[in-house]
Design a protein around this ligand. Structure first.
Ligand code: ZN
Length: 190
């Protein structure tokens, strides 16, 4: 089922989300919620989605990029469900990631993101996993993880002159951003 997406101004997007208890995670209704979260992300063409974006303040997000029309220049990222995730930065370097958000319609902006992170989380069945994520995909993980702490991308935009509507982005910025993204992917592999 496609769920309704919450928008900026809704206080749920500013909550610190709760860890999902393992017995709750394995409940069939919670597993159904995870299916709905994935379906909602795909329906909205998001690169990722976090539970508070559909009104559920749990520490869970989903990342997946597969021929995404919203982000045609983004590298592919396989479907990953992260429950109770912890992100560790593995470098002091930062790159400028031009972000958008399903909860902030028609706004994009440049956010400094770490290009090499480790994610420690549970999968949807409660099994712990640890993986390193790099480059543009690492930016997506940081954006989604921020949602679990009530942080939205404009909170992290360091150059407010980078704000753009989607139409202006396409018209004036997408070609440059594509070149910048290709450079990050070349250096970090994703
Ligand atoms: Zn978002």
């Amino acid at each position: 089922m496609v769920l309704e997406i919450t928008h900026i101004g809704n206080p749920i997007l500013r909550e610190i989300c709760s860890e999902v208890p393992e017995d709750r995670l394995l409940d069939s209704d919670f597993q159904e919620f995870i299916d709905d979260l994935i379906e909602t992300k795909r329906d909205a063409n998001g690169a990722g989605i976090a539970a508070p974006q559909v009104g559920e303040p749990w520490r869970i997000f989903v990342v997946e990029v597969k021929d995404n029309p919203r982000y045609p220049y983004k590298p592919q990222a396989e479907l990953t469900v992260c429950v109770n995730p912890k992100i560790t930065f593995l470098t002091d370097l930062r790159y400028a990631n031009y972000e958008g958000c399903l909860s902030i319609p028609d706004l994009r902006g440049k956010v400094p993101r770490c290009p090499h992170i480790r994610v420690d989380a549970l999968d949807r069945h409660g099994k712990p996993f640890s993986r390193e994520v790099k480059g543009i995909t690492a930016g997506t993980y940081q954006h989604e993880n921020d949602h679990l702490d009530g942080i939205l991308f404009p909170d992290r935009v360091d150059d407010t002159h980078s704000y753009s509507t989607w139409a202006e982005f396409k018209l004036r910025h997408e070609d440059d951003v594509r070149v910048a993204v290709e450079a990050v992917v070349k250096e970090w592999g994703e």
